[in-house]
Design a protein around this ligand. Structure first.
Ligand SMILES: Cc1cc2nc3c(=O)[nH]c(=O)nc-3n(C[C@H](O)[C@H](O)[C@H](O)COP(=O)(O)OP(=O)(O)OC[C@H]3O[C@@H](n4cnc5c(N)ncnc54)[C@H](O)[C@@H]3O)c2cc1C
Length: 371
């Protein structure tokens, strides 16, 4: 028998949990389906969140493992460039996601695990865990390869592949370390301290996926030699990061309205790969917009798209441009030098101002040429 709900949320990461909570709070019948068997697991994340996430997730401190005070960026073999006052938290991501899911359940959302979305018909009928489900509205919070986004014709096409290990941290550290190297094509490597351990990982363009393991082994060996990390690998993970920018926020499958949130919508920052904050915020807004639409506000979905675009669009668009410019330098035989690597990273002023400088230079040149 077909099951009927008001809102079907696909995926129970931060975006899906926040969406389910917001929609259930408004009194709607909400079903959230998640392919993983256990909430919050497996973790596929480096687990850093900016301090400002506290405004949207006040209880982030419950999953906090340690504070981060600054960022250290290593360009090639050069000493670190320190960005002071780059504040945030290293969290236990499984506990963070589990807390959001518990809030959704407390608000009245039904959260069903080990229930993968298997197909989405053209009329919007979803089959998940063998059950046919029809919904008045679908929220796609199902990550980088979102089946909902694909069914709606809005897939993430540009992705980065990652690999990460968790290892012992031999000296306490309160900075996120970033390694920019020409051989890490289309991404970067990170060392994020988490109390007595650290997440060490990197991301590259899909065409260089075969390099991930050897590059990570080499960086790990270097940091072991420097006395910063232990040899033993406790855990290995990875996953995809959308890097093409926002793919769509409000759309339809057949006559069924669809909202995309978090990674499914391409809201992750294409340069840093950070997406937890955007997932929580867009998820909550999607749940609220769904409730508003079902409550009779015909413009709710467009309002959702506008608000999310206004909030994240400019920073995501800038990151898309910076990343594309850096990836472009690999065409032919060229490898990016330290200047190009810095141009493409958020720690450096030129990342934020280069366009404006370029436009100013162009305007001056045009003025000179026409004088
Ligand atoms: C290695 C790595 C490190 C990262 N580090 C950071 C970091 O330090 N800080 C940061 O802010 N961001 C980081 N990110 C990005 C961050 O993890 C994502 O932006 C964030 O998880 C997005 O949340 P989401 O809810 O949109 O998607 P997800 O967390 O991906 O949740 C989507 C959910 O949908 C489920 N799903 C997928 N397909 C189906 C299906 N067919 N049926 C049912 N369920 C399905 C998945 O199982 C998953 O639980 C990292 C990403 C990676 C890969």
């Amino acid at each position: 028998m077909t099951e009927r709900v008001d809102i079907l949320v696909c995926g129970l990461g931060p975006a899906g949990a926040a969406a389910a909570e917001a929609a259930a709070r408004a009194g709607l019948k909400v079903l959230a389906v998640e392919r993983n068997a256990r909430p919050g697991l497996p973790v596929q994340c480096a687990e850093f969140v900016p301090q400002m996430i506290g405004a949207d997730v006040p209880d982030v401190r419950a999953s906090r493992v340690q504070d981060i005070a600054e960022m250290e960026t290593y360009v090639g073999g050069e000493p670190a460039d320190v960005t002071p006052d780059f504040r945030g938290y290293m969290i236990d991501r499984a506990a963070f996601d589990q807390a959001l899911i518990a809030k959704a359940q407390a608000a009245g959302a039904e959260c069903r695990f080990a229930t993968p979305v298997q197909s989405i018909a053209r009329d919007g009928m979803v089959t998940a865990g063998g059950q046919e489900i029809t919904a008045t509205l679908i929220i796609g919070a199902d990550g980088p390869r979102s089946p909902v986004g694909r069914a709606a014709g809005r897939p993430n096409v540009d992705l980065v592949e990652t690999r990460q290990i968790t290892v012992d941290l031999l000296r306490p550290h309160a900075a996120t370390d970033i390694f920019l190297r020409p051989e890490i094509v289309g991404g970067y490597a990170w060392l994020f301290p988490k109390g007595a351990v650290a997440n060490l990982g990197l991301g590259v363009v899909p065409g260089r996926k075969a390099d991930l393991k050897s590059l990570l082994v080499a960086l790990h060996a270097q940091l072991v030699l420097e006395g910063r990390l232990g040899r033993r690998v406790h855990h290995t993970t990875g996953g995809l990061i959308p890097v093409g920018g926002i793919v769509g926020l409000a759309t339809r499958i057949g006559a069924v309205p669809v909202l995309l949130a978090g990674d499914a919508a391409g809201l992750t920052n294409p340069v840093t790969g950070a997406g937890i904050n955007a997932a929580v915020i867009s998820g909550r807004l999607a749940g609220e917009a769904a409730a508003a639409l079902l409550g009779g506000d015909a413009g709710a979905l467009e309002d959702y798209a506008e608000e999310v675009s206004d909030t994240f669009g400019p920073s995501v668009a800038l990151a898309v441009r910076r990343r594309r410019a850096l990836v472009e330098t690999y065409r032919g035989t060229a490898m990016p030098g330290p200047g190009a690597l810095r141009d493409g990273w958020i720690a450096y002023p030129q990342y934020w101002t280069r366009d404006r400088m370029g436009i100013a230079h162009k305007e001056t040149r045009m003025a000179e040429e026409t004088a």
